[in-house]
Design a binder for this molecule. Structure first.
Ligand code: GLN
Length: 490
């Protein structure tokens, strides 16, 4: 079937309008995005599996019953990061350990997407078990940035961001443990929402750091992110950490009056060293916000200085326990060369897990071991509390916190793979929010002189996603709009 390539470039809202008006069918839309995937994958490698057969047959069966306006995502193609379990589709989490794993059940997010009428078209690439910031730690090879194929797309949800930016789908889902939705969105010129911890069910999502992991959408506009988020947010009895708080009604989103808004700019994040191209876009963005009438006020949040250290202790500790299940017996790759039980564990885990995952397991196990628990884990948990309280205090006097997402643009492959500490430091802009637990929205602030997108993020009080999205709509209207990426060779 020859598809209309223009359909693949549509935003979610435009696609919905066309579907409901009967201008094109879900099969045509899904077909066009699958064709775009086939055309762009040789360049960007954003997908670990493409669910072509099931996607086309689901779209056809939706079409057979005609457009259903009561379902918010009716007929819309959506991707999910390869940590979301999808029945009948491989779920690897970017690891050799789970190569060939076919889950027998489905993530709650996926179930809710389907009941809203979405069609899952692909499972996107990521750093192994979502540990990383560049997608270079995927066992299946890195994803490339559509804005410059010699650069990383960010991570860990790099496949999701690169695919959306390249027109493979109007939207998709990722997870954000320490920035993995917001940072790749920024580096690929998309919008990404990390919802409040407990707002979106973690049921059926392969875990990394369970007290920090949160699923959320990436898309090309804030309103599209809102539609995807609204379809999945809300209590779920199958996830004991899911909040019972009722969800807000996102039916109508009205941007606030700019002159009423006060943004807090933490000096600890704004006063560091920035790449000049990034700095220029961020300064212009701040001027545009002020010109629109909002107030920007510098504040100090001193504990943010300790956020990288605290996060990497807590996240590694949780990862070390979550990944203990991959022992080659109950789960995962089993080494054929194992002799006794201990060597079977050792051989299977050494061959099945990549370097970064093993580093985190060792780090986390050490931090949790007796004698060190108080010095590392307990101290990190105390810092987490301080950061949480500082956030809450700052948001009592300000509507939102405004922060950069990354101090540098998408970097060349290999820049930090041998220097994990420097790469961890780069996460300073995004990690604090996960420690605090609230929602954050990353959106494009403009294009740098180097031709690479630059993102900015707004962070708000827990469970107030609606106000955050409305403020995002306001900023999106103020900032320059990005064109489609060139997908150039270098
Ligand atoms: N880059 C951070 C890490 O490596 C965050 C990853 C994420 O949010 N999943 O842990």
């Amino acid at each position: 079937m020859a598809s209309d390539p223009r359909l693949a470039g549509l935003d979610l809202a435009q696609a919905r309008e066309g579907l409901l008006k009967g201008e094109f069918s879900s099969l045509e839309l899904v077909g066009a995005t699958l064709d775009r995937i086939a055309e762009t994958e040789p360049k960007i490698s954003a997908c670990l599996s493409v669910l072509e057969g099931s996607a086309l047959s689901e779209a056809a069966s939706l079409d057979a019953r005609g457009p259903d306006p009561s379902r918010a995502l009716w007929g819309i193609p959506v991707t999910v990061k390869d940590v979301f379990l999808v029945r009948g589709a491989p779920s690897t989490a970017g690891s050799r350990m789970l190569e060939g794993y076919m889950p027998g059940y489905e993530a709650e997010v996926v179930t809710r997407l389907r009941s809203a009428g979405a069609v899952i078209t692909a499972k996107t690439n990521l750093d192994e078990f979502a540990m990383g910031s560049s997608t270079e730690f995927s066992a299946y090879g890195p994803t490339r940035n559509p804005w410059n194929l010699a650069r990383v797309p960010g991570g860990s949800s790099g496949g999701a961001a690169a695919g959306i930016s390249a027109g493979q789908a109007p939207g998709g889902f990722g997870t954000d443990t320490g920035g993995s939705i917001r940072q790749p969105a920024a580096l690929c010129g998309c919008v990404g929402l990390k919802p409040s911890y407990g707002r979106v069910s973690r049921y059926g999502i392969i875990a990394y750091g369970s007290s920090l992991d949160q699923a959320g959408p990436l898309a090309r506009t804030v309103r599209d992110c809102a539609a995807l988020y609204a379809a999945v947010a809300g209590p779920d009895a199958k996830d004991s950490t899911s909040s019972n708080m009722p969800t807000e009604d996102l039916g109508t989103l009205n941007p606030p009056e700019a002159s009423r808004l006060r943004f807090a700019l933490p000096s600890e994040l704004w006063e560091g060293k920035f790449d000049p191209a990034v700095e220029k876009v961020l300064s212009a963005a701040k001027r545009l916000i002020e010109f629109a009438g909002a107030r920007l006020e510098t504040v100090s949040m001193p504990s943010l200085r300790y956020s990288v250290a605290a996060y990497y202790v807590l996240a590694a500790a949780e990862a070390s326990t979550n990944l203990a299940r991959y022992d080659g017996v109950r789960y995962g790759y089993r080494s054929p060369s194992g002799g006794d039980l201990k060597s079977l564990y050792r051989e299977s885990r050494t061959a099945g897990l990549g370097r970064e995952a093993r580093r985190r397991i060792l780090l986390g196990t050490f931090a949790l071991s007796s004698g060190y628990y108080d010095a590392y884990f307990k101290k990190a948990a105390q810092v987490r509390r301080l950061i949480h309280d500082e956030y809450a205090r700052t948001l009592e006097s300000h509507d939102f916190i405004l922060a950069p997402v990354s101090s540098i643009p998408a970097w060349p492959f290999g820049s930090f793979t041998e220097d994990p500490l420097t790469q961890y430091q780069l996460d300073i802009m995004t990690l604090p929010l996960n420690l605090a637990g609230g929602p954050g929205l990353s959106l494009p602030a403009g294009l740098g002189d180097d031709g690479l997108p630059v993102g900015i993020q707004i962070l708000g009080p827990a469970f107030r996603e609606k106000a955050l999205l409305e403020a995002g709509i306001l900023l999106e209207g103020i900032f320059p709009r990005l064109a489609a990426p060139p997908l150039q060779a270098r």
